[in-house]
Design a protein around this ligand. Structure first.
Ligand code: ADE
Length: 320
């Protein structure tokens, strides 16, 4: 897709005396992704002038669409969560870094860490049998778990964990992205004490926060979500990596939800790993308190070979 003219030659220059970033500080190279309310471009900082200016992902959200679809709280949540995670003392290599945000009359801009190889779901579908081998699944799952443990310690639940929200960087390592559905834990507890209807954005109004295959039983029953909700989605993701299919799947969203509520899923005869099977069985559990904790997952036999303290020393899979 061509980069629109207004992004190549932005009219609005920096305000006098301000050190806020603006569109004119970046050269926009190509479109790399499109969502319902945003477009992501590969861009580079113009200063300092040399060839090594790092690539960034420039996510552009049109204000008109954000307002029309009642997405304002989601944009705020994403910015607040990413700003907290991107503080130097909270940095984690498995989570996308937010470098800057700015706006003009038409758009909101997020300047993000760039992931050269795109999302893990698309990459998985391009593998010879549309799934990952056990070693690669373990590598990605361990890194996802580490990222989740980190955000949970910061008091954030992601609430939209899925392979599509894991991006692969130029060195093959992954990072968790899209914090638009996330929630601050304390915030959530306040809501529980003093319940208020959360306004749902248009298009999601009659449905839910997240993606059908990864939805938790607690979301379907309207119960409180907790960090263990992300661990449910972690186990759905691990099942997907190992088999190329979703544990809960059916002809319609409604039937998928029924299966989730009834915990109706199976392992095929040729499911590739007994330890992974046991781990998944202990996470796809209706009662949140009965699911394994992230500490228990790290200590599970499936991750016996993984040193979670030194994940960065593992060689990433070459899947691209
Ligand atoms: N698509 C969405 N976010 C992205 C990012 N940070 N890098 C590359 N592509 C993306």
């Amino acid at each position: 897709m061509e980069v629109p003219e207004n992004l190549k030659n932005p009219q609005n220059a920096r305000r006098e005396g301000s050190n806020m970033k603006c569109l004119a500080d970046y050269s926009v190279e190509k479109e790399v992704g499109e969502g319902s309310f945003s477009t992501v471009y590969l861009a580079r900082r113009k200063e300092p002038k040399n060839d090594e200016n790092p690539e960034v992902a420039l996510k552009i959200c049109l204000k008109r669409l954000i307002l029309k679809n009642k997405m304002v709280p989601y944009i705020h949540r994403e910015k607040e969560a990413l700003a907290l995670i991107s503080r130097e003392e909270n940095a984690h290599p498995g989570i996308v870094t937010l470098y800057a945000t700015f706006q003009d009359s038409e758009s909101l801009y997020f300047v993000l860490e760039y992931a050269k190889y795109g999302d893990l779901c698309t990459l998985m579908q391009k593998q010879p049998d549309s799934k990952f081998n056990v070693a690669d699944s373990r590598y990605y799952a361990a890194n996802l778990l580490s990222a989740l443990e980190h955000i949970h310690k910061l008091g954030i639940i992601h609430r939209d964990v899925k392979a599509d929200n894991l991006l692969v960087k130029s060195d093959g390592r992954i990072m968790l992205t899209d914090f638009g559905s996330s929630k601050f834990l304390s915030d959530y507890q306040k809501i529980q004490e003093n319940p208020v209807e959360e306004e749902q954005p248009t298009g999601r109004r009659s449905s839910f926060v997240g993606t059908a295959f990864f939805v938790t039983p607690e979301l379907l029953t309207g119960s409180e979500m907790s960090p263990s909700s992300d661990l449910w989605a972690f186990s759905v993701t691990l099942y997907l990596f190992l088999t190329g299919i979703y544990p809960f799947n059916d002809m319609s969203e409604y039937l998928v939800f029924r299966r989730i509520q009834d915990i109706l899923y199976t392992f095929s005869e040729d499911f590739p790993d007994e330890n992974a099977k046991n781990l998944i069985e202990r996470l796809l559990v209706k009662e949140q308190k009965s699911r394994l904790t992230s500490q228990e997952i790290k200590e599970h036999k499936f991750f016996e070979s993984i040193d979670f303290e030194h994940l960065e020393q593992l060689e990433p899979p070459r899947i691209y």
